[in-house]
Design a binder for this molecule. Sequence first.
Ligand SMILES: CC(C)(COP(=O)(O)OP(=O)(O)OC[C@H]1O[C@@H](n2cnc3c(N)ncnc32)[C@H](O)[C@@H]1OP(=O)(O)O)[C@@H](O)C(=O)NCCC(=O)NCCS
Length: 259
Amino acid sequence: MVNLKVPCHPSISFRPIQPPDLAILERIHGDLFPIRYESEFFHNVVNGRDIVSWGAVDQSRSNPQNDELIGFVTARVVLAKETEIEDLLSFDSPNSDQTLVYILTLGVLESYRNLGIASSLIHEVVKFASNISSCRAVYLHVISYNIPAIHLYKKMSFQCLRRLYNFYYINGQHYDSYLFVYYVNGGRSPCSPLQLVSLFVSYIKGGFVSIAAKLWKNEERKKFKWPKFKESSCLLPTVQNKRTVTSDNTRSVPACVIS
Ligand SMILES: CC(C)(COP(=O)(O)OP(=O)(O)OC[C@H]1O[C@@H](n2cnc3c(N)ncnc32)[C@H](O)[C@@H]1OP(=O)(O)O)[C@@H](O)C(=O)NCCC(=O)NCCS
């Protein structure tokens, strides 16, 4: 078990995880997660084989601990079409090469928590993903009882898009997971059936307003005999109404209720 006291003024910096980090990386994963990872996973991380990673170190600690990992994040770039979340992406063009960044593991030693270290590590991942032009989102799974992590992802504006029942099987027990997504480079979720219905209803309503406006306009025309240029300006409210519908609809992305 890694146990250490945090200096009064830790000086945290971030760097890639490298082969000398192998033992500590393996130890921290063992301490923080209920899942055991294969040793091949750790070798892939430290050698950067298919996995990108960032480590956090506290430079205010005495040598050689000042270069020892106190936090980490590991992630992998995957082809969107090969993931189970392909349906959660709205493709602007039929591009089979679109990618996603999947966060595999994230952890910070207990004594270094609530200092913003995990937030910074996630920020590095988002920055990395944003710099890949084919990348449309960063996503991850979190076990349903991990309240601190769920709080962190929501605070960092990740969207909880799905609850996956019995996703994990740990020590003979099933646990649900939440799927969190952070869209980058114009990535977005497709319209849900509910959104399509509300869009349709708004459109119909807009149509009624437009028809009512026209009828009203005809009545008014009969009464006042407006000159032609006034008639065309009457169309404006209808156009504005449609715009409002579109923007309202964009905002109403389904929220996740976590109980
Ligand atoms: C989840 C976990 C990674 C969070 O790590 P962390 O470094 O404590 O997270 P952060 O400090 O970035 O953010 C957590 C809190 O610190 C706050 N915080 C963020 N930046 C801060 C800063 N600069 N100074 C002080 N607090 C800060 C956040 O707002 C948040 O607190 P609040 O919303 O309650 O106020 C950590 O608890 C952990 O390792 N857990 C075990 C492994 C795990 O569950 N991993 C996730 C698997 S999905």
